[in-house]
Design a protein around this ligand. Structure first.
Ligand code: SF4
Length: 335
């Protein structure tokens, strides 16, 4: 059995549960080629997308897309530990603006001190190699016992969190504390919020520290985008955001290909859609965007909808080839 086969169970299980942590979770990932320390800034599972293949089990799927932030939040990001409980006496709340409670962003605050503490603890365990002696990670093959990244990902859209920029600061602080210059910081994003003012500080910090942005692009036309990602955010906004950010920041495009619809038979992206998709990529390059490469994935775990299934490896290679020929971009296929 090779190392890919031996570690397949880890690649297929990206669970969020680890010790008594609530915001930080370790996963062994195929695309990372090792350990990725995930950071979940979406305890309420908020995401402006509702992808047909999503593996996050949401309670309020119908309502979350209505809450997409369109401007800066009313209040700066606060440590949740500094926000008094809602039933606190008035004197306890005097130092905190009342708008902090009326803001729709409130339920999205994460406890930044807790985040930092969890990052510190897990980093310490990994650096001391204790982590690799803890079940089930003691079963990971030697070749994948390498720490690749901190990944802002989780159960929703990280940049929709009012704490995004502050969270990036905490990650940078921990990374510097342990001298982890080889461990990248990766933002995995739907690109829905990259234009928002409150996100810019975090993006700039990422750029300063050699971070990467992995931007999702699953379609070439608005119609297929709405079929796959089921969002109220216009497709043009997604393309514009990727374009703007890629003009000052090298971006990796992440595309998930699935069979879907087709009267229950499940069809892959059509030939015309593949052409439109690669045309979008070309458009980003022509506009001065810096695209490092294109990741092509399919599902490895149970999707949101039952009429979704994995595409073949050959189909992903076909799309990678079309992208390469038309744009010169490298398409990397993940099984
Ligand atoms: S962007 Fe990610 S978290 Fe959001 S619905 Fe799609 S797969 Fe799920």
């Amino acid at each position: 059995m090779d190392t890919e086969e031996a570690d397949a169970k880890f690649f297929q299980n990206h669970g969020r549960l680890f010790e008594d942590f609530s915001l930080v979770y370790p996963v062994v990932s195929r695309r990372a080629g090792g350990l990725s320390v995930g950071i979940n800034l979406s305890p309420d599972q908020f995401c402006p997308f509702r992808c047909v293949y999503c593996q996050v089990q949401r309670q309020e799927r119908a309502s979350v897309a209505d809450e997409l932030p369109t401007s800066s939040p009313q209040t700066p990001c606060l440590d949740s530990s500094k926000i008094p409980p809602l039933n606190a006496a008035p004197s306890e709340t005097a130092s905190v603006s009342q708008s902090a409670y009326s803001s729709p962003f409130n339920k999205r605050y994460v406890d930044l001190d807790r985040l930092e503490q969890e990052l510190m603890t897990l980093s310490q365990w990994i650096v001391e190699h204790r982590f690799w002696q803890m079940p089930p990670f003691d079963q990971v093959t030697q070749v994948h016992q390498r720490w690749n990244d901190f990944a802002l990902s989780g159960d929703g859209e990280p940049t929709a969190s009012p704490c995004f920029s502050e969270a990036v600061k905490r990650i940078v602080k921990v990374r510097q504390h342990f001298g982890l210059t080889d461990v990248k910081i990766i933002l995995i994003t739907s690109s829905t919020c990259l234009h928002l003012p409150q996100v810019q500080e975090g993006l700039e910090l990422l750029r300063e520290h050699g971070g990467e942005i992995w931007a999702k692009l699953d379609a070439g036309t608005p119609e297929y985008y709405h079929e796959m990602n089921r969002s109220r955010v216009p497709f043009e906004r997604i393309l514009e955001n990727i374009q703007t950010v890629s003009q000052r920041f090298p971006v990796v495009i992440q595309t998930l290909l699935v069979n879907h619809g087709g009267d229950g038979q499940g069809k892959p992206m059509s030939g015309a859609e593949v052409e439109a998709y690669r045309e979008c990529l070309k458009g980003l390059l022509v506009a001065g965007g810096h695209i490092r490469y294109v990741q092509l994935h399919t599902i490895a775990r149970s999707p949101a909808e039952s009429d979704v299934s994995a595409v073949s490896h050959e189909f992903m290679e076909h799309v990678a080839d079309r992208v390469r020929r038309h744009t010169g971009l490298r398409g990397v296929v993940y099984r």
